[in-house]
Design a protein around this ligand. Structure first.
Ligand SMILES: Nc1ncnc2c1ncn2[C@@H]1O[C@H](COP(=O)(O)OP(=O)(O)OP(=O)(O)O)[C@@H](O)[C@H]1O
Ligand SMILES: [Mg+2]
Length: 261
């Protein structure tokens, strides 16, 4: 699975949000985008997932221009959990997760035994088996988030893109999701690309980090190369002390104050 953005410009109406961006997503690794609100993280993720067509440049999936590939073809290679996914409140969790099987369905769209197996596996993996017959509208924010993650898993793709998968989750459930993604990456060699606001979790769980500011990449590389006091000042306008966490063997950022104007 290779995903590359080459000179990509993404725009809404006349406003360029991402301009001439180049980025290689390392295959079979965990990549995390960080950056302040409005810096273009979701926009870039949408561009990489073929949900938004670049105004200029190309996104290549396995060497092929993603916008010249069919929906089903892309959906068998790459699944995407958006930042604010929506579905009818009455939809049952199992029905939502079943939607993840759409790229595999034939003409009549009936679920096969393999589809059912993948749906059960996804429900179990995301820990929402017990919620399978509940309507989405009755779930807590965190339960709903896990149901959506199960849908992305049911799609069973080599690459999984997730926009802030830990929002709405308590600390234990945040770790549950990140450990799950880590396991999918390690055991099943999935390529994971996500957006996180918690730079410490990003540093701990990522092989590769990309810091965005105003639609451009300001730094990318290993967590210890990206999480620096200079970068925190440049990208987030904060003064921070960077330490090393021995328990997780990753950089730890302690925000101290906003940078002076
Ligand atoms: N549908 C849209 N129409 C017009 N402008 C948009 C749209 N979506 C996003 N934008 C603008 O594009 C810029 C980047 O937005 P984006 O959602 O990519 O940021 P983000 O880094 O994901 O932010 P956050 O951390 O708040 O989710 C922002 O200025 C935003 O206002
Ligand atoms: Mg966003």
């Amino acid at each position: 699975m290779e995903l590359v953005a080459h000179n990509v410009t993404l725009a809404y109406e006349d406003v360029n949000v991402v301009s001439g961006l180049n980025c290689v997503i390392p295959p079979r690794q965990i990549t995390t985008f960080i950056g302040p609100n409005g810096s273009g993280k979701s926009t870039l993720l949408r561009g990489l997932a073929r949900l938004m067509k670049p105004r200029a440049g190309v996104v290549l999936l396995d060497g092929k221009e993603i916008h010249r590939s069919g929906t089903g073809q892309v959906a068998r290679r790459l699944s995407m959990l958006p930042q604010r996914p929506t579905a009818p409140d009455g939809l049952l969790v199992r029905e939502l997760v079943a939607l993840g099987r759409f790229p595999y369905q034939g003409f009549l769209g009936a679920l096969t035994a393999e589809d059912d197996r993948q749906i059960d596996l996804a429900l179990r993996t995301a820990g929402v088996e017990a919620l399978a017959d509940r309507p989405l509208g009755e779930l807590s924010g965190g339960q709903r988030q896990l149901a959506w993650i199960a849908m992305a898993l049911a799609q069973n793709t080599p690459a999984i893109l997730l926009d802030e998968p830990t929002t709405f989750l308590d600390l234990a459930h945040q770790l549950e999701v990140l450990e799950l993604l880590e396991k999918l990456n390690r055991d099943a060699e999935r390529t994971i690309v996500m957006v996180l606001h918690d730079v410490n979790q990003a540093a701990r769980f990522s092989h590769h980090m990309v810091a965005l500011s105003r639609g451009t990449i300001v730094a990318s590389g290993k967590p210890e190369d990206v999480i620096t006091a200079d970068l925190m000042r440049q990208v987030f306008d904060i003064e921070a002390e960077i330490m090393h966490c021995a328990a997780t063997d990753s950089p730890l950022c302690v925000p101290l104050s906003r940078s002076p104007e």
